[in-house]
Design a protein around this ligand. Structure first.
Ligand SMILES: *[C@@H]1O[C@H](CO)[C@@H](O)[C@H](O)[C@H]1NC(C)=O
Ligand SMILES: *[C@@H]1O[C@H](CO)[C@@H](O)[C@H](O)[C@H]1NC(C)=O
Ligand SMILES: *[C@@H]1O[C@H](CO)[C@@H](O)[C@H](O)[C@H]1NC(C)=O
Ligand SMILES: *[C@@H]1O[C@H](CO)[C@@H](O)[C@H](O)[C@H]1NC(C)=O
Ligand SMILES: *[C@@H]1O[C@H](CO)[C@@H](O)[C@H](O)[C@H]1NC(C)=O
Ligand SMILES: *[C@@H]1O[C@H](CO)[C@@H](O)[C@H](O)[C@H]1NC(C)=O
Ligand SMILES: [Zn+2]
Length: 448
């Protein structure tokens, strides 16, 4: 096994050790890697590629296992202005195991292709890729008997479903936030994630936000970026060996083109993808990769082959749209400035990070980008967005506020779910997203 070969390496003798580790990484087996083997593998990759990778734990599970994240890129340890952050998270349901293993193979493929394959080299030179093979290590270890359907391993050690455990955008979520969820929330707050996917099993489909209903959904819970989400989901399904066929896993349920709106499929509260999009400023989709949740290990190689191209093409989409920096009259970055595309108001307006940066995923076309520092006149710029994903950079559009010379105060988002908070504003009808945005903007201006 990988573990045995690793421990057989003469780790103390530097040169030989590194050569040995490279061969270990290159020879990653198609088998399930339990906690110690997974950790050993990630450490061996980092040891073999120290300048291309950064390994850290973002927290611990209920049983104390590390929540490992391997970061890959030309500058793996920190964010660089203009380089978007991307993430893959797998195995949040501990018994859904395909994503956990294919992400290890993705890591292997990325590190061994860097410097050899020009596309992967450009991708990693211009993107910071964060890979979390397991968000629920306890659930994985608890799944003693692999099962295609349901098992207790789905939940964390406290019996909570982590994909129902995030603060909801629409109603309060009563679930007590678990350590694994809290770690991911802090991680999302810490990084300027732009695009993400979370990998599941039990179906074969790419599902996109919203999972819960907005004001007036009729069987479809549409986000303001529905066109972008459809594109993202199709990027995955059409680059996958069979997902695009949409035949699903049985004859009862089919997904045209291999994609579905989350709510159209089934409604759920407290899901991670809605949380990312609404509160994390990160577009996330949910990938269901296998009809059998925990398939036999001898099928893993086929799963990797079926998903490899899709996993890479999906990462490239982080370069859709427009990005830039918002600065004041001295050229200093303005954090917390609101930057939105006209006609696409987010429930919580998207704001610049500490470096004044914004990233908006948009399909090619003409848009008006509105940059607002609360209390000052908005700057509007019309931009023509070309298809830039092949360039590994979104269109660049900076904004400079000539009158602003102080750092803006935080344009804060309500921490309380919006519909509940704003119930008073409209007794009869629930407010639409647009109403909410207008109202919030008014409140922001007043309170600044
Ligand atoms: C990637 O970055 C490295 C390090 O700066 C540089 O040497 C190389 O030319 C870049 N390659 C591509 C294809 O951009
Ligand atoms: C959530 O908690 C509140 C107050 O404790 C309770 O009234 C409500 O019924 C709970 N909702 C759900 C869905 O459990
Ligand atoms: C947040 O970022 C800081 C600084 O880069 C880092 O030390 C810390 O580990 C990060 N925490 C998480 C949860 O990502
Ligand atoms: C989803 O949103 C609806 C409407 O806002 C709300 O009534 C419901 O409690 C939320 N959660 C679920 C699981 O539907
Ligand atoms: C620009 O955005 C701000 C804040 O969201 C909003 O108040 C303003 O009305 C917007 N301007 C236009 C022209 O859409
Ligand atoms: C892609 O980059 C090249 C070279 O930097 C540039 O000439 C071209 O206009 C870019 N294309 C798009 C669509 O942005
Ligand atoms: Zn799942």
């Amino acid at each position: 096994s990988m573990g045995e070969r690793l421990w057989g390496c003469p780790l103390s003798q530097n040169v030989v050790g590194i050569l040995c580790l490279i061969s270990v990484a290159a020879a990653l087996d198609f088998k399930y890697h339990h906690a110690e083997e997974l950790e050993a593998y990630l450490k061996s990759v980092h040891a073999a590629y120290p300048s291309l990778t950064h390994l850290h734990s973002i927290g611990r599970s209920v049983e104390g296992r590390n929540l490992w994240v391997l970061v890959l890129g030309r500058f793996p340890t920190h964010h660089k202005i203009g380089i978007p952050e991307f993430k893959y998270v797998a195995n949040m349901h501990g018994d859904e195991t395909v994503g956990r293993e294919i992400l290890l193979h993705l890591i292997d493929f990325l590190v061994t292709s860097y410097g050899r394959d020009p596309v992967i080299t450009r991708l990693l030179n211009n993107t910071r890729v964060h890979i979390m093979p397991t968000m629920n290590p306890d659930g994985f270890e608890a799944t003693k008997v692999p099962d295609c359907y349901y098992s207790r391993g789905r939940y964390n050690k406290n019996g909570e479903d982590l994909n129902r455990n995030f603060p909801d955008a629409f109603e309060s979520n009563n679930a007590s936030i678990q350590p694994e969820t809290r770690a991911v929330m802090n991680w999302i707050k810490n990084e300027t994630f732009v695009l993400s996917a979370n990998l599941h099993g039990g179906a074969l489909v790419a599902s996109y936000t919203f999972d819960n209903v907005t004001g007036s959904s009729k069987g479809y819970s549409r986000s303001p970026d529905d066109d972008v989400f459809i594109h993202l989901a199709k990027t995955y399904s059409f680059n996958h060996a069979s997902m695009y066929k949409g035949t699903g896993c049985d004859n009862r349920q089919t997904f045209p083109e291999g994609i579905t709106n989350g709510y159209s499929w089934y409604q759920l509260e407290g899901g991670m993808q809605d949380y990312n999009y609404v509160w994390g400023q990160c577009f996330e989709i949910t990938l269901e990769l296998s009809c059998c949740k925990y398939p036999p290990a001898d099928q893993l190689e086929k799963f990797w082959r079926d998903n490899k191209v899709a996993l890479i093409e999906y990462i490239k989409q982080v370069h859709l749209g427009v990005k830039g920096q918002v600065t004041d009259k001295n050229g200093d970055p303005i954090p917390n400035a609101i930057v939105e595309a006209k006609g696409r108001p987010h429930v919580c307006p998207y704001r610049t990070n500490q470096l004044g940066e914004y990233f908006l995923l948009l399909l090619p076309g003409t848009y008006v980008i509105n940059a607002t520092v609360p209390g000052f006149k908005s700057l509007l710029k019309t931009v023509e967005i070309p298809d830039t994903t092949g360039n590994f950079s979104a269109l660049k559009q900076d904004f400079s506020f000539p009158e602003v010379s102080v750092r803006s105060r935080a344009a804060s988002c309500p921490k309380i779910p919006l519909y509940q908070e704003l119930e008073w504003a409209s007794a009869a009808v629930k407010p639409t997203l647009h109403h909410i945005l207008v109202l919030m903007t008014v409140l922001l201006v007043i309170f600044q």
